[in-house]
Design a binder for this molecule. Structure first.
Ligand code: SF4
Length: 294
């Protein structure tokens, strides 16, 4: 939308397609998950952008006269910045783009470990009211295998802290991330993590390995068998079957998914499970490989 000096590749959640993408950091401060190659190119080495450069970019956007409503702070975990820097960025956004009504970012659980609820609440008051948390799984064996550097406990603590501060949580769980060997426990423990934290949004994506599976297989000591489509759908059924959510928007409509599911949990749980049963019986069309847009 705007011609800003991005360091490519640039990623954003699908729902941020109308947002101004403001690259306040480059890369991911962690960058060690075995399944992820988003920020492995040499130019994506992690660093924070200088305040003056961010201000220049915002000034350039303001000069276009476009009324920006939403801003997404890129790259992989802008929430790793100290609160003081995030406050500064939110204030710059308010100064140059007063029409902005929501600021969002990817967020790793570890990003909020040393931030207090009061600090997070300050950010929420400045407009940073939504974060996308790639939990990937609630199962400790899966999390260790993919080298996520997080656990059920650390993910739960971060999600609860964000919620207490009034920041909405959009959680991603990776369908198939445990392989055949850990599929059931991955689904059940991921559901329990969601039940314990009641995020406002939950989406599932099918894990894919564009650069091969070697690092993932090694992380599981050679014991990792990727799931075939019927098993991916079974896993979705176990996950949704175990979910006890009160008011969470659920989506599995990302390009990676074979079976598109949408609803609000809990009220649509029975309908979603019925869709899964129909898919198992071949009564619901699944996306073909060419339709998955990966
Ligand atoms: S934390 Fe996210 S962006 Fe960083 S390596 Fe892991 S999956 Fe990739």
């Amino acid at each position: 939308m705007f011609n800003l000096p991005y360091i490519q590749p640039l990623f954003r959640p699908p729902s941020e397609w109308q947002s101004l993408i403001l690259q306040v950091t480059n890369g991911c401060s962690y960058n060690q998950c075995t399944f992820c190659d988003m920020y492995t190119a040499p130019q994506k080495k992690f660093r924070a952008k200088k305040r003056e450069d961010i201000a220049e970019e915002l000034k350039a956007v303001a000069a276009t006269g476009v009324s920006v409503q939403k801003v997404f702070l890129a790259d992989g975990d802008a929430m790793t910045l100290p609160t003081r820097r995030l406050v500064e960025i939110c204030e710059l956004i308010r100064q140059y783009l007063p029409s902005v009504r929501r600021i969002s970012s990817y967020c790793l659980p570890r990003n909020v470990k040393n931030k207090s609820v009061a600090e997070l609440r300050t950010l929420a008051e400045l407009g940073l009211t939504l974060v996308y948390v790639g939990c990937e799984s609630g199962d400790d064996e899966v999390l260790a295998g993919i080298n996520k550097g997080e656990t059920f406990e650390s993910s739960q603590a971060a999600l609860l802290k964000l919620g207490e501060a009034g920041i909405k949580r959009s959680v991603m769980i990776l369908n198939g991330m445990g392989g055949v060997e850990r599929s059931h426990q991955h689904a059940i423990h991921s559901a329990r993590l969601m039940n314990a934290t009641q995020p406002e949004f939950l989406s599932t994506l099918v894990v894919s390995f564009p650069l091969g599976m070697a690092r993932v297989v090694a992380g599981f000591d050679g014991r990792f068998t990727p799931l075939e489509v019927p098993h991916l759908i079974d896993e979705q059924g176990w996950l949704i079957g175990e979910l006890a959510l009160e008011c969470t928007v659920f989506r599995s409509d990302h390009a990676s998914n074979y079976l598109v599911l949408k609803g609000t949990l809990g009220k649509d749980k029975a309908a979603l499970l019925s869709q899964i049963d129909k898919a198992r019986a071949g009564l619901v069309p699944l996306r073909a490989e060419w339709q998955r847009g990966l």
